[in-house]
Design a protein around this ligand. Sequence first.
Ligand code: NBG
Length: 692
Amino acid sequence: MADAVKANGSTTDRIKILEKIPPVANPQAKDPAAIASNINYHAHYSPHFSPYKFEPEQAFYATAESVRDQLIKQWNDTYSHYHKVNPKQTYYLSMEYLQGRALTNAVGNLDVQDAYANALKQLGYALEEITEQEKDAALGNGGLGRLASCFLDSMATLSLPAWGYGLRYRYGLFKQLMTKTGQEEIAEDWLEKFSPWEIPRHDVVFPIRFFGQVEINPNGSRKWIGGEVIQAAAYDVPIPGYKTKDTNSLRLWEAKARAEDFNLFEFNDGKYESAALLHSRICAVLYPGDATEDGKLLRLKQQYFLCSASLQDIITRFKERLGGRDKILWSEFPSKVAVQLNDTHPTLSIPELMRLLMDDEGLGWDEAWDITNRTIAYTNHTVLPEALEKWSQTVMWKLLPRHMEIIEEIDKRVRYTLNLVNGVAQLHSDILKAELFSDYVKFADNSELPAEWESAKLASKQQLANYVLQVTGVSIDPNSLFDIQIKRIHEYKRQLMNIMGAVYRYKKLKEMSPEERKKTTPRTIMIGGKAFATYTNAKRIVKLVSDVGAVVNTDPEVNSFLKIIFVPNYNVSVAEVLIPGSELSQHISTAGMEASGTSNMKFALNGCLIIGTLDELMLKSEKKLVKKISLFLVQQLTKFLGCVKKESKDWDRKKWTKMSILSTAGSGKFSSDRTIGQYANEIWKIDECPLP
Ligand code: NBG
């Protein structure tokens, strides 16, 4: 076995080690030596960089390709198994996916973490150093996108025959840089080199039309013609389940133009813009600014692009699986296909399925409507009016004339649409009641568990402290209480109230004598999240948090009792460091405004105590209060501070540990595996289809 070198070993050391390990292709390697050989094989024979380079970046790509080898067989087998069994399948349509890092997820789900750690050690690297090289796939905004990714994971884990559909944004959610003026956005570069996980399926391409007009045939049937046509090309990303062979696909669509659509004549005439066509813009960014008409139109185009490509693909596969039967029994479609729309963005799927069934397949309205109704379900994720999209009829008629005919007809004919519309969560406010935990209390009081629990938490806090030091330069004390609020910055999520609470805490500490200060629980307040680029108030809040931090953290009188950190560029992999290290977290959205919240569940699962808005109760009392907005805010803050005070008074390590154990023990219900099991039974009516 080659000697392991330290991670900061020189390039020559690394090459020397590499030379001792034979580069041998072994896609299904199980033992560490064979895995190391397979990684080296990729470093040599799947080159993406100059030869004789094996820095962490090259090691990451070679490792990822070797893990992909492990996945490819079961991925292909899953596809062919589903094809053979032909079960009913679910197709999950979402404009957002927050996948995070695939390498960490894949080695965990394949249960090969130790083998890979060992193989990489032979190559002179620690697994953690290599996984950190990967850029997050951030094709989403926040909870909605992360939920979509968790759902895909759970569908594979439960061996459910399912597909995810989304868009392959070149630049995902922006990267947040903190500068003197506050947040600055820069384009996320996850595809700047390449993603080792995606496989282009050059045989899966569908035409997507925009604009044009509706032609009426002599028999009364209608056809959408003219306008501009671009191509949707499929890129598949593997979704491995946890400890199952089933590996599903996330199919991401990319907009392309055919060579014949490239106007060489115009290009040679100097009209580069029009010759290069609009296709390049469709998948450029997630949520392009929609302040302008052009921006609005682009978003609508993106949404239609996703719906049309996915439905054409679903119909093609449905037909393929009929095994060459001449007559297609369309009434069987809903017994083979369930389409789930993740919020409003993919709702054009409804008129699009109607159009495809009527105009392309020749079905009548009633039959097409019955099929659409039994196939499509929709989940709502917000009550905020500004998040419910609206387009002018003029824009809709221009871009999608046939769909507007269908939408108007639906409006006329249908009072109650869709078989199933559900909200994302119920209020589970009594879930943490003591009775539920009676079975667990003996563990929480067990003499060894609390000590082990505390040391695990302390280790996670230490990691988090190292991370904070690395990204902000501020050193925080792992023995202080870690109090965290991480989510998109929004007025309704009330980061402002949290920071006001922190200012109050600072002021109180300043008023205390040194002796009094020593009696308080030292605390580190961390706030992280991105503000939408054009949301001025949210950006002001980001700036305020970092400015308050700058004052408090450099005040020698107080800074060993209180630190305030703005954690930059909050994303999935940052959450993976923050959540395990948390002891208290804030979920204090204005009552009635948060559809569900999802990080709350992850904090609870990680043994963190949470401060949360009591929706129903708060709503009742707020209605009586709510005469003047300023009074309302002051009273809210007072309530919040009351809560803050109570929780500092109650602070007692032993008690905290017990509550923390109970929190984890009682959170099983919040696993997305449970949620997806319920979706499968109650909405999709699909069965598991495990690979033999
Ligand atoms: C968000 C809600 C959250 C909810 C997630 C996941 C949107 C439109 N909605 O409260 O704000 O937890 O969806 O359902 O992003």
